[in-house]
Write a protein that binds this ligand. Structure first.
Ligand SMILES: CC(C)(COP(=O)(O)OP(=O)(O)OC[C@H]1O[C@@H](n2cnc3c(N)ncnc32)[C@H](O)[C@@H]1OP(=O)(O)O)[C@@H](O)C(=O)NCCC(=O)NCCS
Length: 239
C-alpha cells in the first residue's frame, strides 16, 4: 500500500481534525450516558462518526483443497435443514426479522448455496453458508474480489450470543471445507473484518492463509476503496 507523505501544515490539520472528532465522541458519549440512552444509540452514533474519519480493512483468506484437514469432529451440524432455519429468532432488535431471515435464506438456497446449522431446545444457535464454484466474493464494505479460478466461498457465519465460544463456528468451517473438497472444489476462500478477533482467530487456526485485503477510507462521508494482495503469489493460492 502506498502511503502519501503529508506536509507539516497538512499534518497539523489532520491532527486537529482527529482531536476535534475525539472530543465530539466523548461529549456525545457523556450526554448519551447522562440521559441513560440505550447502548444501541451510542453504537449508531459511533458508526456515523466512523464514516466521518476512519480506515477499515476486510481480509480475505484462501486455502487449497489439498490442505483441508480430514478430521471429522463436526457431525452435529446439519446441511440445508429447513426445519432448523425455521427456529431462527432475532436475539436483539438490530438483528434480522424472522421474515427477512427466511426470505433471504430461500433466495440463497435457490441460488444453490448451502446452509449449515446447529439448533438445540427449539432455537437456532448457529448458521453459516457455503457458495460453490464462484469467481467473485464481496466484502462488508462493498469490495469485489476476483478469484484466479472458480472457488468455494464460506460466508455469513453467525452463532447466537449464548452459544458462543463452544466451537460451533470452528466446526462449521471444518465441515464446509471438507464438503467443498469432496465436491471437487480446488480452492476455498473466507473473508472477515480485520477487527473481528474471534472469527479471524478461527479462520487462521484452521490453516487459511492471508490472500488480500479490501480497504475503505472514510473522509467526512466520502468513501474510497481499494484492494491490496499478499506480497507472495498475490492472486493465487499457493504455499
Ligand atoms: C464470530 C462468531 C461466528 C464465532 O462463533 P463461535 O461459534 O463462538 O466460535 P467458536 O466457538 O468456534 O470460537 C472459539 C474460539 O474463539 C476464541 N475466542 C473466544 N472469544 C474470543 C475473544 N474475545 N478474542 C479472541 N478469541 C476468542 C476461543 O478461544 C476459541 O479459540 P480456541 O479454539 O483456539 O480456543 C460469533 O462470535 C458471531 O456470530 N459473531 C457475530 C457475527 C460475526 O462476527 N460473524 C463472523 C463474520 S466473518
Amino acid at each position: 500500500m502506498k502511503i502519501p507523505l503529508l506536509d507539516t501544515p497538512d499534518v497539523a490539520h489532520v491532527l486537529s481534525g482527529r482531536t476535534g472528532i475525539a472530543s465530539r465522541v466523548s461529549e456525545i458519549r457523556r450526554r448519551v450516558s447522562s440521559r441513560g440512552l440505550a447502548p444501541a444509540l451510542l453504537a449508531a452514533l459511533q458508526g456515523r462518526l466512523a464514516r466521518c474519519w476512519s480506515v477499515r480493512e476486510f481480509r480475505m483468506y484462501g486455502l487449497s483443497a489439498s490442505e483441508v484437514s480430514k478430521t471429522e469432529s463436526d457431525g452435529d451440524l446439519r446441511r440445508d435443514a429447513i426445519d432448523d432455519l425455521l427456529l431462527y429468532r432475532p436475539f436483539s432488535a438490530d438483528e434480522m426479522s424472522v421474515e427477512d431471515f427466511l426470505s433471504e435464506a430461500v433466495q440463497r438456497l435457490e441460488q444453490g448455496q448451502h446452509v449449515y446449522t446447529f439448533a438445540a431446545d427449539g432455537v437456532l444457535l448457529h448458521y453459516s453458508w457455503l457458495i460453490a464454484q464462484t469467481r467473485r466474493a464481496g466484502s462488508d464494505f462493498n469490495h469485489e474480489f476476483a478469484f484466479p479460478d472458480p472457488a468455494a466461498v464460506l460466508w455469513s457465519d453467525y452463532t447466537r450470543p449464548g452459544a458462543r465460544g463452544r466451537g460451533l463456528q470452528t466446526r462449521s468451517i471444518h465441515r464446509r471445507l471438507r464438503d467443498a473438497a469432496a465436491a471437487g472444489e480446488t480452492s476455498m476462500f473466507i473473508g472477515v473484518r480485520a477487527d473481528n478477533t474471534v472469527s479471524r482467530h478461527n479462520i487462521e487456526k484452521v490453516g487459511f492463509r492471508y490472500w488480500a485485503s479490501g480497504w475503505i477510507q472514510y473522509r467526512f462521508g466520502r468513501a474510497r476503496r481499494w484492494i491490496t494482495y499478499a506480497p507472495s503469489a498475490p492472486r493465487e493460492i499457493t504455499r
